[in-house]
Design a binder for this molecule. Structure first.
Ligand code: HEC
Ligand code: HEC
Ligand code: HEC
Ligand code: HEC
Ligand code: HEC
Ligand code: HEC
Ligand code: HEC
Ligand code: HEC
Length: 468
């Protein structure tokens, strides 16, 4: 079934000459002598690896071992191997010899920056509070290591094997295409499946994989995998398949109007990761940079939906989604963050060490786990994540742990008196102000009588209409 692809390549070599996609001018016309030599030995030494390569489109296109692993003698990670200079690492720069456009898009994406977590709060958690090998086997397998080359060209075991998304490579390039394109089949069918993204996009702090599985889209996908046409060269939504969208469909793949993009932020309007969500272009605007606007990104995502849904259906969905993000921000994210910063700035808890105070863990759960789950569940159609793993837990954390913990800090400070007394009173005032907002008055029992009455009336009307 795979031999027809040679014809496809010939056609592409003729057709593709721009830098926006792959550029196959450096593809050899037949298998090179170097690659044939590699294969002779490796077929015996590691037959599984060679068999996978033979299954790949690269095999059909004469892209052999040496075309990817060949290195210049001066490369930092080059070493002599049976008469050839080779490197183990095949970086995005190497792939870009033939796939220039894909690499340019990837380099412009947040994926390429996934290795830059060193300065983050999470990094203190991984490297210091848990310990270095928690980061080696955990964080860095998703985000990427800084690959270190030893004197003999071998790779430092603390840094490789690793195909983390934003890996920092010996040649100075960022990223790992193999994070999604598993070697040595480099099979697009594998890359298009939700499981591919699910290596990293899962768990308590970004459960996109679980969200997808419980959404109507995931349900339709798993029931219809055989109709998804995953192996097809052309994979236009609504044309080459229609049963369901996968992660790739919505975030990367082509529609009738849009090309494939390797910048996975290209169709997203909000960022749902920080304590308070903002539009995805907000940071760039603040620093005077021009980037694709959030409106244009949203329009592209809606273009994907339009293969299967009407525009009013899609717009209504976005109203529901924006509503959930704004609710999280205004009711919980903003007040919790303001209070948290106030307490840390007050000196009533340590402000130079992270995670040594109970409040820091509580706040981290609130935005980094539960608050993200609520927002991400709403973004991708998973009611259980939005509600029970999301808003319910956010609310419980806010009213039953976060506020009580601060009240305890206040009480301690008041008991100590002196300078701390004034600080404690300031924080107390801030809490009172926050809780006086209409959305929090239920908690203090200060809801205006007319609001209570209106709710009671609505309940009664509902009962009368639907109880029989
Ligand atoms: C004479 C046989 C032979 C030839 C020719 C050969 N290899 Fe190897 N290669 C091996 C063996 C054996 C290993 C080590 C296997 C092991 O340690 O498990 C190896 C290891 C490797 C490694 C991993 C190195 C490491 O330290 O982990 C790479 C990459 C590699 N070969 C690529 C190539 C490429 C590319 C070519 C052709 C330019 C090639 N090999 C030619 C036999 C050969
Ligand atoms: C399309 C590019 C490409 C081709 C063609 C290719 N490789 Fe690789 N190979 C990779 C990538 C990517 C990795 C992962 C290394 C990394 O972490 O960057 C890899 C890893 C390896 C490794 C070490 C990892 C392991 O699992 O032990 C060996 C050995 C290897 N390749 C040998 C070969 C041989 C032999 C051939 C030819 C039959 C070949 N490769 C063809 C891209 C390629
Ligand atoms: C020497 C040129 C060359 C290099 C280097 C190269 N490729 Fe390719 N690649 C090709 C060609 C040619 C095709 C098209 C084959 C076809 O359509 O049949 C291709 C196809 C692909 C495909 C589509 C496979 C499919 O099933 O449709 C992927 C994915 C891919 N390459 C990824 C990579 C990655 C990742 C690297 C680096 C690790 C890489 N390539 C390195 C030439 C190259
Ligand atoms: C299972 C894979 C995985 C592990 C393990 C992991 N992360 Fe992440 N991390 C992700 C993904 C996926 C995202 C993006 C989530 C999103 O966009 O919804 C992310 C997001 C982040 C962000 C936010 C980046 C930004 O631009 O806002 C930071 C910082 C971070 N991780 C650091 C860490 C640290 C440090 C560790 C170890 C303590 C770690 N991560 C462990 C997959 C992982
Ligand atoms: C986040 C996962 C991911 C990463 C990382 C990634 N790709 Fe892809 N790539 C995909 C998916 C999914 C497709 C299939 C898109 C489609 O056909 O709908 C694809 C398709 C391709 C294709 C085939 C394009 C075509 O027009 O048919 C090439 C070539 C390719 N990728 C190269 C690369 C290179 C080179 C890198 C690294 C710079 C890379 N990819 C990194 C997910 C990824
Ligand atoms: C090897 C781990 C890994 C895999 C596999 C992976 N991602 Fe990611 N992804 C990350 C990390 C880490 C981040 C956060 C990067 C950052 O902001 O520093 C991220 C961020 C994102 C974002 C947010 C982009 C933005 O601009 O805010 C989207 C969307 C995304 N990934 C989609 C996907 C899709 C779709 C796939 C599969 C086709 C996928 N990812 C596969 C690790 C991964
Ligand atoms: C039906 C389309 C669709 C599918 C399928 C889908 N997503 Fe999304 N995704 C969205 C939409 C819509 C948003 C919110 C976009 C916005 O903010 O405008 C989003 C947001 C995201 C974000 C941004 C979170 C952040 O940190 O800001 C990530 C990461 C992500 N999706 C990953 C995935 C992964 C991984 C899968 C598969 C397991 C997936 N998506 C499946 C449509 C989809
Ligand atoms: C490939 C086709 C396809 C694409 C593309 C697609 N969907 Fe869907 N969508 C479906 C299917 C199929 C269902 C399940 C319908 C059912 O179960 O009756 C569904 C269900 C939904 C539902 C749940 C509706 C309900 O009645 O419970 C929402 C909301 C939704 N899609 C929104 C979107 C949005 C927003 C996008 C774009 C970001 C999108 N979809 C992209 C096929 C698609």
């Amino acid at each position: 079934m795979r031999s027809f692809r040679i014809l496809v390549v010939t056609a592409m070599v003729l057709a593709v000459s721009s830098a926006t996609a792959s550029d196959y001018r450096s593809v050899p016309g037949s298998l090179t002598e170097a690659s044939a030599t590699c294969i002779e030995c490796h077929e015996d030494a590691m037959p599984g690896l060679v068999k996978e390569w033979r299954y790949s489109r690269h095999y059909g296109a004469n892209v052999g071992c040496y075309e990817c692993h060949g290195a210049e003698p001066g490369d930092t990670d080059a070493f002599e191997h049976n008469g050839y200079n080779i490197a183990i690492i095949v970086s995005p720069k190497d792939c870009a010899n033939c796939h220039k456009g894909e690499n340019e898009e990837f380099q412009a994406s947040h994926h390429a920056d996934a290795g830059k977590i060193l300065g983050s709060l999470d990094n203190v958690l991984g490297e210091v509070i848990e310990g270095p090998f928690a980061a080696v086997n955990g964080c860095k397998q998703c985000h990427g290591s800084i690959v270190k080359v030893l004197d003999d060209g071998q790779l430092d075991a603390a840094t490789w094997p690793n195909t983390g998304m934003g890996r920092l490579n010996p040649d100075g390039s960022k990223g790992s295409c193999a994070a999604c394109h598993s070697r040595h089949s480099f099979d697009v069918a594998l890359a298009r499946q939700p499981e591919n993204c699910g290596k990293c996009h899962l768990g308590p702090d970004h459960p996109q994989k679980e969200i997808y599985e419980e959404s109507k889209h995931g349900i339709a996908y798993y029931a219809n995998i055989d109709r998804m046409n995953l192996e097809s060269s052309s994979w236009l939504v609504g044309v080459d398949y229609s049963a369901a969208p996968t992660c790739a469909t919505c975030h990367m793949s082509a529609t009738r109007d849009l090309p494939i993009t390797h910048d996975i932020g290209n169709r997203i309007s909000w960022t749902l990761r920080p304590p308070i969500s903002e539009k995805i272009d907000a940071k760039a605007i603040k620093t005077g940079k021009t980037v694709k606007s959030w409106q244009a990104r949203r329009a592209d995502m809606q273009n994907v939906c339009s293969a299967c849904h009407t525009s009013s259906f899609v717009e209504n969905f976005y109203t529901q989604y924006d509503g959930a993000v704004n609710l999280y921000n205004d009711k919980f994210g903003k007040p919790a963050t303001a209070l948290y910063n106030k307490v840390r700035g007050s000196g009533l808890i340590s402000s130079d060490i992270n995670f040594d105070d109970e409040l820091e863990w509580i706040y981290f759960y609130l935005w980094h786990h539960e608050g993200r789950r609520a927002r991400m569940g709403a973004a991708m159609f998973a009611p259980d994540y939005t509600q029970w793993h999301g808003f319910f837990e956010v609310a419980e954390r806010f009213y039953m742990e976060f506020l009580p913990e601060i009240k305890e800090i206040i009480a301690h400070a008041k008991a100590e008196g002196g300078e701390k007394l004034a600080k404690a009173e300031e924080i107390e005032e801030m809490i009172a102000e926050i809780l006086d907002a209409p959305e929090h008055r239920w908690f203090t029992g200060n809801e205006p009588a007319d609001v209570k009455a209106a709710r009671k009336k609505a309940q009664q009307e509902f009962k009368e209409r639907y109880s029989n």
